[in-house]
Design a protein around this ligand. Sequence first.
Ligand SMILES: Cc1cc2nc3c(=O)[nH]c(=O)nc-3n(C[C@H](O)[C@H](O)[C@H](O)COP(=O)(O)O)c2cc1C
Length: 317
Amino acid sequence: MSDKILMAPIQGITDYHFRNTFQKFFDGVDVLYSPFLRLDKDMQLKKSKVKDVLPENNANINLVPQILTNKPDEFIYLSKYLRDLGYNQVNWNLGCPFAMVVNRELGSGLLPNHNKIRKILDEVMPKISLSVSIKMRIGLENGDDIFKILPILDNYPISEIIIHPRTGKQMYKGEVSTHIFEKCLSLTKHKICYNGDINTLEDFQNLKNRFENVSSWMIGRSLVSNPFLAEQIKQKDKDSQENKMLRFKEFHDALAKEYIDRLEGSSHFLNKMRIFWEYFSVSFSNSHKVYKRIKKATSIEKYHIAVEQNCLERWTA
Ligand SMILES: Cc1cc2nc3c(=O)[nH]c(=O)nc-3n(C[C@H](O)[C@H](O)[C@H](O)COP(=O)(O)O)c2cc1C
């Protein structure tokens, strides 16, 4: 299959511990994106963010680091920093919908300001030596912004545009506007990747039938809920449901070990694992109960008992 599957960045989930463990246990993902890096006002990155993109922490991963900025000097600084680490692509986030970001005219907050996007790229593109891809929504308030932005992007050597066809206002809910995505395909010379609500093999097949020239597919939440999804899409999935549960359990235990070794105190560990189980539980029979067991666990010992009980359920994805 020539289609490529990209793992979407999810802040708080797809850090280097998750990416490495995922790659050890599951096949089918071609490229992984880091959650966004953002400089503070002293042009510094948080230590945890530095670690997340260090090459030694991503040794067997085809990683594209992502940045969030609306300032050319920051864009250039981060691109050089990443180039020096050995990366040859940087991904620019024009999609983040959170109010704290949008109100600062960052992420999807920048989408209505087409001229600012143009000015940033005018200044940045001649000064950086790694390729730039963009991950964007269709607009902030409505889906018109993208029709004005795509012709602007045609003026620059953008390596790929990943489109999540929702507005910033929609956050992560409501319908994805596949009709707007469809229109975008004829409005750009650039390579386009589809992202949004690919939850099952059937979702992928329906989208592929409709957009047969698209060969790049980014998946976020459902790759966490069902880490077998990329294998299913690539027809590499040969496990029975029972074997899937066994492999999931091995993956889970390795992931839990990553965090238990690094997070100080049981409450940090338990909080972290609860976030994962919000996603994992979706693929279990009795998913509501599965999640509840984890939420009720107040110690690491009780957590492990809850996991054992959960793994007696059926894997359904
Ligand atoms: C909690 C959360 C954090 C996210 N963090 C990022 C991020 O750092 N960068 C980014 O480009 N997208 C981020 N996303 C968006 C996802 O990458 C993806 O575009 C979105 O979830 C739609 O794809 P999906 O339906 O396959 O999950 C985040 C999404 C969620 C739910």
